[in-house]
Design a protein around this ligand. Structure first.
Ligand code: FE2
Length: 410
């Protein structure tokens, strides 16, 4: 072996040694009887598959305040500000910010990222830049790019053409925003169109779906029905689905049955949902986060995303997935021990399912040696303390090391 990590603890509590060689995990067992060029003692620290950022907008990241700050804090002011900012996008501008953001994520344990790229501006600058970034960083972090029609697939006559161009250029997934289309009919039609494109170009689907407090916004049922009828199932993801939190329970119960049949993935973005939603409410004020706990209890695949890092919609954010999981624990009231563990799964294995990573992800023998070590002994402690990710191994190589903060009482 080139390297043996001794005395680590897996997220399920099992104590193991992990042996790496040639960029691949060669052994995962207690008291590994082997020698290595290098050994590292983890002293019972958590050793985990990397974090998966399943929903981020790298094209708008790190632009907060440009050209102005979002003072109302609403999604719609964010879309207006981004509309102005994107007039001055250049390939270099997007690439620089995207790579800076990916480094921020990687140093905190993220090695798999799904980013949306706005494809509703005529030059497709954001998309072209992110496709170049996907290639430039592929040796240390895996990026998927979703062609996302921010202004609606039918928001202007050119947008559908731009979407198709984006797929021809190599976007990994077809995106959408049905609740933002001009009419309900356009929204329904857009979902059908997205499925047609995904099948024609053999791509995944990830739709911004019902990201609104309107209890009548019901595109999730259209997405689920299309997933059932097309058989695309787990290749389909519904992001946000915040309106689901506002549906009456009679409808929600009926919908849950359909979602169970559909086998689609869900992504909640609790940091963003809790700040953007509920803005039109007085009191009681809604939380605006989808039914994460109920979807998880039903056995559906739910992952969590950061969505925004310092952009027109959210001027905070650090790229730390433990912040995201912690917010989910609070807002979704998932404070039971198994529920906290489930929130950790939502930023690791469930995210990998959403991204359809298959054999590329996990801590099994034979898999690529992507793993992280945390300054905590369990997922519970990691989330509670937002523990430092002390070591990030990408393809068997130590990519980043971070020392936990040291406190000295005088
Ligand atoms: Fe988003």
């Amino acid at each position: 072996m080139e390297l043996i990590l001794r005395d680590g603890r897996l997220p399920n509590g099992e104590a193991v040694d992990i042996g790496l060689e040639g960029g691949v995990i060669r052994a995962v067992e207690p008291n590994l009887k082997a020698e290595a060029g290098q050994e590292m003692s983890l002293a019972g620290q958590l050793i985990s598959p990397p974090f998966v950022e399943s929903h981020i907008h790298l094209d708008s990241a790190l632009t907060a305040g440009q050209p102005r700050w979002n003072q109302s804090g609403t999604l719609f002011e964010g879309i207006e500000i981004w509309g102005d900012r994107k007039q001055s996008l250049t390939l270099e501008d997007v690439k620089e910010r995207a790579i800076a953001t990916l480094k921020l994520q990687a140093q905190q344990g993220v090695l798999f990222v799904r980013s949306h790229a706005d494809v509703s501006e005529p030059s497709l600058t954001a998309l072209k830049a992110l496709l170049e970034v996907r290639d430039a960083v592929k040796d240390w972090i895996a990026v998927q790019v979703v062609a996302f029609p921010q202004d609606g697939l039918y928001g202007s006559p050119k947008n559908l053409e731009l979407m198709e161009e984006a797929l021809k250029l190599g976007a990994d997934a077809v995106g959408g925003i049905p609740h933002y289309e001009m009419t309900r009919e356009d929204g329904v039609q857009s979902v059908h169109q997205i499925f047609e494109l995904a099948q024609r170009y053999d791509r995944l689907i990830d739709i911004h779906c019902d990201e609104i407090d309107d209890d009548q916004s019901r595109f999730l049922e259209v997405v689920a029905a299309c997933a059932v009828r097309s058989g695309l199932g787990s290749r389909v993801t519904a992001s946000h689905t915040t309106a689901f939190a506002s549906y009456n329970n009679a409808y929600a119960t009926k919908l849950m049955g359909l979602l169970g049949r559909s086998n689609i993935n869900f992504i909640a973005n609790p940091l963003i949902n809790i700040t953007l939603q509920g803005r039109a409410d007085t009191y009681p004020k809604r939380r605006g986060v989808t039914r994460v706990k109920e979807l998880w209890q039903r056995g559906l695949n739910v992952s969590l995303g950061h969505d925004c890092i310092q952009d027109p919609w959210y001027n905070l954010g650090t790229g730390n997935m433990l912040d995201v999981a912690s917010m989910a624990v609070h807002v979704c009231q998932m404070t039971g021990q198994d529920e906290i563990a489930a929130c950790y799964d939502m930023i690791t294995t469930n995210g990998a399912n959403t991204l359809a990573l298959g054999e590329a992800y996990g801590l099994d023998v034979g898999k690529p040696a992507n793993l992280i070590v945390l300054d905590a002994d369990s997922p519970y402690e990691a989330i509670r303390r937002r523990a430092t990710v002390t070591h990030v191994f990408s393809r068997g190589k130590l990519l980043v090391e971070t020392k936990p903060a040291e406190v000295r009482w005088r």
